[in-house]
Design a protein around this ligand. Structure first.
Ligand code: JFZ
Length: 433
């Protein structure tokens, strides 16, 4: 296939049957682990440290000499994700700082040139395949390091020490070469998670500051789908999905909420949707950020996401030595414990017919409604415009305690028993039309 054929092919993109299957798998999976990790973890100041502290490319490069995560154990990380009830992992392979976490031929700024000298992507991919969890790869479009990347945050006047000149075609082939490595040398990859689209305004000092980058998505997406047709493409551009994308993402928000001010887009009704969020307020390891969300807050985020038919990608920023701080591990384990009891009300479910409410929300399967009650002080819950004719059975998911119900004029009322004490008490309604 020639390049222009790809352009044509992605604009009129028809997903392969195995891609459609992978979408369904993804939509049913509901819960994944996001991992922001690399040499940027060393200063303990988040993954934007290079930009935020105006560190030059030359000085930043020294982090490569120190990155030696001797405590890193892929088996432990993957095991932890599985224990948390997560079905997939999305791993940073190259963030905005331009460091490649794998054995790449196309950049010297990579893991093989650290004292650690082991391919992190390979170690994670092998372990994910072994333990039966899917691996998705985060890949930054924008780059704070390379001279051929001519448009970027912090490029000029920010002390990165680079020139304004760039060779866009060179940068694009660099990305294609790297993506080819990632999709050729590591077995089955669940998806590519693009980020940095938004870095498309011209740098200060450029002749035309209103110009926008052309990311050549047709070529990039065409290449990915050619190499692995089942590989799902998502892009954190915060807009309606572009042709060639297989899922939609939201950042730090449930669709429709836009609390972050980043999420004005509407949720797609055609593609699977995912939303990502942090445990504290940082993606990469941050030694001063102790604003940890509670177990209950994280659980309610997962459950409300499920109530909207959306996946939850929960982030951790491991420490530079490869260990994961206890505040993260404890919360993940707690989520897993909850899911071991209540998982059937989350995995393989559809959005509730009602949007999430103040008291909780709904998830559904063909003949079941799961009523998630967050507010365990109330005596009853009312479901307006109930879409079924009959409630055959109603009971608490945890121990089958019967729940009294009344169905009148399209309104179902559920009378909550006394032993409601969970942060999300799930009532199962077996329903019939
Ligand atoms: C991006 C990254 O910059 C960040 O470091 C992290 O990896 C996160 C998951 O993704 O953050 C964004 C992306 C988009 C916007 C803002 C932050 N945006 O569109 O305003």
């Amino acid at each position: 296939l020639c390049i222009s054929c790809f352009v044509f092919a992605q604009k009129n993109y028809t997903p392969a049957p195995e891609n459609l299957q992978a979408r369904q798998w993804f939509a049913d999976a509901r819960f994944g682990l996001f991992i922001h990790w690399g040499p940027f973890s060393i200063p303990g100041d988040g993954e934007w440290v290079m930009n935020n502290r105006n560190i030059t490319v030359k000085n930043y490069s020294r982090l490569m000499d120190f990155f030696n995560p001797i405590q890193f154990d892929a088996a432990k990380w993957v095991g932890m994700a599985k224990d948390a009830g997560m079905k997939y992992i999305t791993l940073i392979t190259r963030h905005h700082d331009g460091f490649s976490m794998w054995n790449t031929k196309y950049s010297d700024f990579n893991i093989m040139n650290t004292p650690y000298k082991k391919d992190i992507v390979k170690l994670m991919a092998d372990e994910c395949h072994k333990q039966g969890i899917k691996l998705y790869l985060y890949y930054s479009l924008l780059d704070w390091r390379r001279d051929d990347y001519s448009w970027s945050t912090g490029r000029t006047g920010k002390g990165t020490g680079r020139t304004v000149q760039g060779n866009w075609n060179d940068y694009l082939s660099f990305m294609k070469n790297q993506l080819t490595e990632l999709l050729t040398n590591y077995g089955e990859i669940g998806g590519i998670w693009f980020d940095g689209h938004w870095d498309q305004t011209a740098p200060e000092g450029a002749a035309d500051r209103s110009a926008k980058i052309d990311w050549h998505y047709d070529e990039i997406y065409g290449l990915i789908h050619k190499l692995q047709p089942a590989c799902l493409i998502g892009n954190n551009h915060h807009m309606t999905p572009f042709p060639g994308e297989d899922f939609q993402m939201f950042e730090k928000d449930l669709p429709g909420e836009n609390k972050s001010g980043l999420s004005y887009q509407e949720a797609s009704d055609k593609l699977p949707v995912e939303t990502c969020e942090t445990i504290n307020n940082s993606w990469g390891f941050n030694i001063t950020d102790t604003t940890y969300k509670s177990n209950e807050q994280l659980l309610h985020y997962l459950v409300k996401a499920s109530g909207l038919g959306v996946n939850f990608l929960l982030n951790i920023g491991p420490m530079p030595n490869g260990e994961i701080q206890p505040e993260f591990k404890d919360r993940l384990h707690w989520m897993g414990d909850w899911l071991r009891t209540y998982g059937e009300s989350i995995y393989n479910t559809n959005a509730g017919y009602l949007k999430p409410q103040a008291w909780g929300c709904l998830t559904q399967k063909t003949d079941k409604i799961y009523v998630h009650v967050f507010d365990n002080k109330r005596a009853s819950v009312i479901l307006e415009q109930f879409p079924f004719k009959k409630i055959k059975k109603a009971y608490l998911l945890k121990d089958k305690t019967a729940v009294k119900t009344q169905l009148k004029n399209d309104m179902a009322q559920l009378f909550l028993p006394d032993n409601i004490d969970e942060p999300d008490e799930v009532i199962v309604l077996e329903v019939k039309n």
